[in-house]
Design a protein around this ligand. Structure first.
Ligand SMILES: Nc1ncnc2c1ncn2[C@@H]1O[C@H](COP(=O)(O)OP(=O)(O)O)[C@@H](O)[C@H]1O
Ligand SMILES: CC(=O)N[C@@H](CCC(=O)OP(=O)(O)O)C(=O)O
Length: 298
């Protein structure tokens, strides 16, 4: 009996600790990017879905943007195909684009929607093509070779975000739905583009002037040369870390677009370990949020 009371007091403490955060964030938009690498375990998937439902229930407006890179890799492999990545971007030819659309706009999007709804949320899945939510253009890319010459790289159907039609998201929020967005975009000619999910999350956060951008991934945060979680990152420090190879691969778009989102009006962005159960709740409702924080007011 005494133990039960102790447990109940602990629960009361936890709820009380959350109160100022609930009050502060009520009515605010939070964009949560759910990376394919964080979708690995059914327990973690459920804890993610419950966190999103919890945010909505206390009056915050979560907007989910998801990835699914490893899931695309799996289907490509089953089909006997593969694709290269350059600085975290998948080189996407027409046949790869079809697979990307099938996986991100299909199975991955629907399973996240299903999971959130199973936990009592009202999620609606959409891709950037629905109501032209994500206007895109072909992404130009260049890289400096070992001789110091700039080389143009053709990434195929990889897109950059031109604009986000926030009316669509506002409408869903106003009707109490949780938007779950797959990172596909469309241009004026109707071409479909594969866009890195971190880029889409950063841009959605920017266009929504979100309170927070939470990027869930499979590592503790941005690691410095010594392997410690880096904090207080500035654009020039990040450029330095990319140039010397400390930041590479999928971390390049993640940190770059998180910085850009904050520069363009998002209050804070945080790169957190999605392998920790309830990583989103910890980040939003406690002081114990961990990972790499980028904020306008350090
Ligand atoms: N400096 C760094 N700090 C942390 N992770 C890094 C760094 N440089 C490269 N990475 C790689 O970036 C990965 C996260 O990016 P990515 O695989 O695209 O994840 P997600 O699927 O969550 O978007 C990490 O697992 C790690 O391998
Ligand atoms: C252009 C590009 O790289 N697009 C990504 C989109 C999915 C994604 O970003 O998934 P994660 O967040 O799980 O890495 C891809 O094709 O893998």
């Amino acid at each position: 009996m005494a133990l039960d009371l102790e447990q109940a007091m602990h629960t009361a403490d936890v709820l009380t600790e959350a109160l100022p955060y609930i009050q502060r964030f009520e009515g605010k938009v939070m964009v949560v990017k759910y990376g394919g690498n964080a979708m690995t375990d059914p327990i973690l998937e459920s804890s993610f879905a419950r966190d999103i439902v919890m945010l909505k229930t206390v009056g915050i407006h979560p907007v989910v943007v998801h990835g699914g890179g490893p899931q695309v890799d799996n289907l490509l492999k089953e089909l006997g195909r593969s694709s290269d990545r350059i600085d975290g971007m998948r080189v996407t030819d027409k046949a790869t684009m079809d697979v990307v659309e099938m996986v991100l706009g299909g199975s991955v999007n629907k399973s996240i929607v299903n999971l959130i709804n199973k936990h009592g949320g009202r999620a609606i899945g959409l891709t950037g093509k629905d109501a032209s939510l994500i206007r895109a253009k072909k992404s130009p890319m260049s890289k400096t070779d070992e001789q110091g010459n700039e080389q143009q790289i053709d990434l195929g159907f990889v897109g950059d975000v031109v604009s986000i039609n926030r009316d669509v998201i506002d409408l869903m929020i106003a009707s109490n739905f949780i938007p779950v967005i797959a990172p596909l975009g469309v241009d004026d000619e109707g071409n479909t583009y594969n866009i890195n999910a971190d880029v889409v999350a950063g841009k959605v956060a920017e266009f929504m002037l979100a309170e927070k951008l939470i990027l869930l991934t499979n590592i503790k945060g941005v690691l410095d040369k010594e392997g410690n979680v880096a904090t207080g990152l500035t654009p020039s420090k990040v450029d330095e870390m990319i140039a010397d190879g400390t930041i590479s691969g999928g971390m390049i778009p993640k940190i770059s677009y998180a910085l850009e989102a904050v520069k363009n009006g998002v209050k804070s962005a945080v790169i957190v370990d999605g392998r920790v159960p309830h990583a989103t709740l910890l980040e939003v409702f406690t002081d114990k949020g961990v990972g790499t924080l980028i904020s306008r007011h350090p």
